[in-house]
Design a protein around this ligand. Structure first.
Ligand code: 26Q
Length: 827
């Protein structure tokens, strides 16, 4: 088939589409077009769409090579992509044609979309942010590539046992072969582990690193189509393979197990995504993942740079590398190793290049979440890198000593090495001193970075090295794709084609004036209602529950974490249940009916988080079965939260909860997704909630709780002047006593969870509980005046322009990377 191309991607008529799909059924899948199932039809449709993308992808890469602009590389161990087909069809502007074409073949496009498995190569916010940034880079014609790992198993599948326990199952997402990736067996690099490093000169000169184990990194490319542009960027994922099939010496000696052992250990590197966010470090395999990925990516970046024929000192003029958290920090000593040991540069020259290439984004200020690696482990796996880290540290600390003479404590705090047994390498310190600039992900968070964990570094380098880029989300997936009816209403109301407002989200401001129009409000509310019914239908067909769609939908969906305080939410639900029980039937009739949804995964070893899930499930069992109250309050824990589940949940939400202890949630991004879809927030004064309220108006956000500066004091009080919960918050004490007393099954089971609040209460559930309950009461009151509520909803969506990831990525391009758009076909 010859495809006609135009500026909006690729155009094709319906005959071309059916022909291409049928062709893939027969030649790629080797199946017959009759008796084809939905999965086969999905695969053929995907391959057909892929053909379209490939044309653009090739053209884009050729264009970038010819124009040789500065490029940026986004290094992330996580890319939480979700599904691709719908997104690709929308970005290429081919959805309606494919809908018709698929129909003609006797299938429904909506059904085929459901056949696709999520690419779930991430834990949560950090991984989904990377995916949104790829979409925005391509959509704005920026020459940006992502680099990550091709995990054979993504984030585990979550099952909930009858008792309410989380069980984990593998996520074999590649089992039905992945039409969206292009294996590049010819693009591969050798990566060394272990062995010996021998210094070849005095001081911090060259060394020779030999021996150990060599593993092969093989590239798989994933095409990233921009929205309504021909630019199609690349996400390169590495797979590990043994360098040679198996060890021939062992094989010939008859030791067949030994012969395949080292090949198994090579393949293990990219076998599974680590399911922890914010905790548990020190695992050898994780360190090997980090080095394997940074080494392969840097080798690839350097090879591409060398093809330009430029001298190495121009490297920072052609390359910017963004480090997504500290996970890729080994890229810093690895680039030093290449420049010194392989390119034979002297230390200072190499260091100058390095510190002009890297940029570092921090995503947390929780002290327990700062990445550290034991020195002995690092010495064993990466002996040369450990030498380089010591060299960097010595030179750096000399400079600190010169600026702050005699300040031993400062030196100890700023050192790359934390003293102790064992000593540990502080990755945030290394990322900070090795980068050109450092940013946090929301205003408050960036301030906290500068005044807490990196305070000493601000004093040493000056504040201009530090900045803020408030996170964003792509309105393509998080409005147009997940909420097509709302997208249509917006286009027809503004009389602006969606291709325009989706790429200039401030245009949504034009909706404000329609908040005063009754007819518009009715349409707006009707769409929310249909989205609630769509969610209810999804739950009915997947879980068998009948959900009351006349109730307010209240949603909290995110990883389970004490700092995110799902506990506060479930304790609030119990409080409400107890209140309802105490009412007369006549009193209950005046209550605003509410359905509460939870979803989210707990890290497999995070005991308290798992216990929280168990409590939610068992509270749901009791409440939903109570004939007196179930019309007014019901509760669901939806298992196996994912990007595609979020796409159904978010458009259906009336109110969502973002209730972290102030100062702990760096940004949050689902808060932006809910607001973009006309859902309101109940939240703490934390992360991006603050900036959302600045944009949409504080009257449209339900804030509660203590502010960041109070948190430290309160914790101190808890430690040194503890007050029993019964005194500090009787309403909460009553709820805790009901749990302990067995209202939701064996109370003893929940004691460890309840005790985190009764003793210490590090995340201040007690301190914020009353304020939280008051905020929920205000939500109820506001919801009863439905007209006013819908106005709030419209004004919220209308003022979300700032939170497009297009704005965020342009900020990186201009203030950090110094990158220009390189549109394909416009020169
Ligand atoms: C590190 C080392 C070893 C094992 C695991 C990890 C690890 C993995 C994932 C550490 C942290 C993460 C993920 C962190 C994360 O998702 N942070 C969130 O990032 C979002 C995007 O900036 C913010 O919106 C959230 O506030 C922040 O919690």
């Amino acid at each position: 088939t010859v495809w006609k191309t135009n500026m909006r991607g690729v155009d094709a008529d319906i005959g071309d589409i059916t022909k291409s799909v049928v062709n893939h059924v027969q030649t790629s899948l080797a199946r017959q077009a009759y008796n084809l199932d939905n999965l086969g039809a999905y695969q053929a449709a995907a391959l057909s769409v892929r053909d379209n993308m490939l044309v653009n992808w090739n053209e884009t890469q050729l264009h970038y090579t010819r124009k040789a602009p500065k490029r940026a590389y986004y290094l992330s161990l996580e890319f939480l992509m979700g599904r691709t087909l719908d997104n690709a069809l929308l970005n290429l502007d081919l959805k309606s044609q494919y809908k018709d074409g698929i129909n003609q073949l006797g299938f429904s496009l909506e059904d085929l979309l459901e056949e696709e498995r999520d690419a779930a190569l991430g834990n949560g916010g950090l991984g989904r942010l990377a995916a949104c940034y790829l979409d925005s880079s391509a959509s704005q014609d920026l020459p940006v590539w992502g680099y990550g790992l091709r995990y054979k198993y993504g984030i585990f599948q979550q099952l909930i046992s009858p008792e309410g326990n989380q069980l984990e199952a593998p996520d074999p997402w590649l089992d039905n072969q992945n039409p969206w990736e292009l294996p590049r067996i010819d693009v591969n690099y050798e990566v060394r582990f272990y062995g010996q490093s021998e210094r070849l000169s005095e001081g911090h000169g060259r060394a020779l690193w030999t021996g150990g184990q060599e593993v092969l990194a093989v590239a798989y490319d994933v095409m990233i189509p921009g929205c309504h542009t021909r630019n199609t960027n690349n996400l390169r994922l590495w797979e590990s393979k043994p360098k040679r099939g198996f060890d021939l010496n062992s094989f010939n000696a008859g030791n067949y197990e030994g012969a395949v052992e080292s090949s198994n250990s090579a393949a293990a590197i990219t076998s599974v995504l680590y399911p922890n966010d914010h905790t548990t470090f020190g695992k050898e395999l994780r360190l090997k993942q980090q080095y394997f990925w940074t080494a392969a990516s840097l080798a690839d970046i350097i090879r591409r740079f060398k093809n330009l024929g430029k001298s190495i000192n121009e490297f920072p003029d052609y390359v910017a590398i963004q480090l997504n958290d500290t996970h890729p920090t080994l890229a810093i000593p690895e680039l030093m190793r290449i420049l010194i040991d392989e390119e034979d540069l002297d230390w200072n020259f190499a260091w100058q290049i390095v510190t002009n290439v890297f940029f570092f984004t921090n995503h947390t200020v929780l002290p327990e979440a700062l990445e550290k690696w034991p020195v002995p482990l690092m010495e064993h796996i990466l002996p040369r890198h450990m030498q380089i880290i010591y060299d960097i540290n010595m030179i750096f600390l000399q400079a600190v000593e010169k600026k702050f003479p005699g300040d031993r404590e400062r030196l100890a705090r700023m050192s790359l090495i934390e003293e102790g047994f064992p000593k540990q390498v502080r990755m945030a310190n290394l990322a900070c001193i090795g980068s050109r600039r450092i940013n946090g992900v929301a205003e408050l968070h960036s301030q906290l970075v500068q005044t807490t964990i990196l305070k000493d570094f601000v004093e040493f380098f000056g504040v201009s090295k530090f900045g803020n880029v408030t996170n964003g989300i792509t309105p393509r997936r998080w409005l147009d794709q997940c909420n097509p009816e709302l997208s249509k209403l917006i286009s027809s109301t503004l009389k602006i084609d969606k291709s325009v407002w989706l790429k200039d989200l401030y245009k949504l401001k034009g909706l404000v004036k329609y908040a005063e129009e009754k007819g518009f409000r009715a349409e707006w509310a009707a769409i929310k209602q249909r989205n609630k019914e769509r969610l209810a239908h999804h739950i009915e067909t997947t879980l068998g529950f009948t959900v009351n769609t006349n109730a307010m939908f209240d949603v909290q969906i995110k990883r389970l974490h004490e700092y995110k305080r799902q506990t506060l939410n479930i304790l609030g639900v119990i409080h409400r249940y107890l209140e309802l029980k105490a009412m007369t039937p006549a009193q209950r009739k005046k209550v605003n009916p509410k359905v509460v949804f939870f979803a989210g995964k707990a890290a497999p070893a995070y005991y308290i988080a798992k216990l929280t899930i168990r409590l939610i499930v068992n509270v749901a069992r009791v409440i939903n079965a109570d004939p007196e109250t179930k019309d007014y309050l019901s509760l669901y824990f939806l298992p196996d939260y994912s990007v595609s589940l979020a796409e159904v949940l978010i458009p259906a939400s009336d109110i969502s909860q973002h209730i972290s202890t102030a100062g702990t949630e760096a940004s949050g991004t689902s808060n932006m997704k809910f607001c973009l879809n006309g859902g309101l927030l109940v939240g703490t004064v934390d992360g991006a909630n603050i900036e959302i309220a600045e944009e949409v108006g504080e009257e449209n956000v339900f804030f509660f709780g203590h502010l960041t500066p109070a948190v430290e004091d309160l914790r101190y009080q808890h430690m040194y002047h503890p007050v029993p919960v019964d005194e500090a918050c009787p309403a909460l004490a009553n709820v805790l006593n009901q749990i302990s007393g067995g209202l939701f099954g064996d109370g003893g089971v929940y004691e460890p969870l309840v005790n985190t609040i009764r003793q210490g209460d590090y995340y201040l559930v007690t301190d914020d509980f009353d304020s939280y309950i008051r905020a929920l009461a205000m939500v109820d009151e506001a919801y009863l005046d439905r007209d006013e509520w819908v106005k709030k909803s419209i004004c919220t969506t209308a003022n979300m322009g700032k939170f497009s990831s297009d704005r965020a990525i342009m900020d990186y391009a201009q203030e950090y990377w110094n990158l220009e758009p390189i549109p394909v076909g416009k020169d």
